[in-house]
Design a protein around this ligand. Structure first.
Ligand SMILES: O=C(O)CCC(=O)C(=O)O
Length: 338
């Protein structure tokens, strides 16, 4: 695992030494990811984690269950060394070039006692489905743990080198049909030694989105949270945009990194959509349904947009999970700890 220790001088000045940038670029090219150690202040991380835990616990009073919260994209929870971390930007700019932009920001939770391993998957398949040589990276994920990452609490598993896989997993280039994917996994397992990224908080890892990975069981008694930002090459179509609180946009100004916004209300301020419970009920009786099968079982017709919003909300709070991609994806209910 290539690890770069950020020095106090680099952190204070926001300028990463060229040898560190070069090492990071090489690791992303060869392994599909790199760790930057001590790149973020603990104060920023701890304040954010505590706010998200408090929000989740408040929900427990109403619903009886901890509700994993989205990231608060509003003052006073905006910390420059997280979305505008100069060390991260130095690396993503070196890989993706001028015009690099950030259009996605989320949180991956593994709740205390959540014992199911997530299926191993890439977040994006090869860019061109007919190529036999891999293209350079075009989208990078920046994963920032909010707690120390250990084997016990579900540090993410990564599969080094798998960003170079050019075989098409399915038409959308993502998880693919299990019968095709399992032999490929057995093949890669022999040559790439998957391992968990056990790093202290303050450290982060930057991953080519094609690199296979999985959320792991959390056997500890602390909820594990990890921020997930995406930086993309300027000619790649933007997928989301950050839902920041109105009036916070100026905070995101940066000479190198452009942030893309959406105009929906900030995620943590949005009330949960009303439909999800019905979908959870349907998945309690029948697991592994496609979206159209779920739609056909709903008591009243509902627009695809509303169903999609509900699925996003339920995935975000960890109640359901997807296997596969596109219209063929199948949805499962997860058993969550209380
Ligand atoms: O939670 C994790 O460790 C990984 C989750 C993830 O990256 C994903 O769902 O794509």
């Amino acid at each position: 695992m290539a690890t770069i220790s950020i020095s106090p001088e680099e952190r204070t000045s926001g300028i990463m030494i060229p040898a560190h940038v070069e090492k990071a670029v090489k690791a992303i090219e060869e392994d599909g990811y790199v760790v930057l150690e001590d790149a973020v202040s603990l104060e920023s991380l701890d304040t954010l984690y505590q706010k998200m835990i408090d929000d989740g616990e408040r929900a427990r009073k109403e619903t009886g269950r901890f509700r994993p919260s989205g990231i608060p994209l509003a003052h006073p929870w905006l910390f420059r060394d997280i979305p505008l971390n100069d060390m991260v930007i130095a690396v993503t700019h070196a890989v993706l070039g001028d015009g690099v932009y950030n259009d996605s920001w989320g949180v991956n939770w593994r709740l205390a006692g959540e014992l199911e391993k997530q299926p191993v998957h890439p977040d994006h398949g090869p860019l061109f489905l007919s190529m036999t040589a891999p293209t350079p990276a075009f989208r990078l994920v920046i994963n920032i743990p909010l707690v120390d990452f250990t084997e016990e609490n579900g540090a993410t598993e990564v599969w080094p080198g798998t960003h170079r896989e050019t075989r098409v997993l399915d038409s959308s280039g993502r998880y693919g049909d299990a019968s095709l994917y399992e032999p490929m996994q057995a093949e890669w397992r022999k040559k790439c030694s998957p391992h968990q990224v056990c790093i202290r908080r303050g450290s982060l890892f930057i991953r080519d989105m094609r690199t296979w990975h999985a959320g792991m069981p959390n056997r500890s008694n602390q909820h594990r949270a990890m921020l997930s930002l995406q930086h993309a090459y300027r000619k790649i179509r933007t997928v989301e945009g950050l839902a920041v609180e109105n009036g916070s946009e100026d905070f995101f100004e940066h000479l190198v990194l452009t942030t893309i916004f959406t105009h929906s209300p900030a995620q943590h301020l949005r009330p949960p959509p009303e439909l999800p419970k019905k979908i959870v009920e349907i998945l309690s009786t029948e697991q592994g349904l496609t979206l159209s099968e779920i739609r056909s079982r709903l008591p009243a017709p509902l627009s695809d947009g509303k169903i999609r919003d509900a699925m996003i909300e339920l995935s975000r709070t960890g109640e359901i999970r997807r296997e596969g991609a596109g219209l063929g994806a199948r949805w499962f209910r997860k058993v969550l700890p209380r």
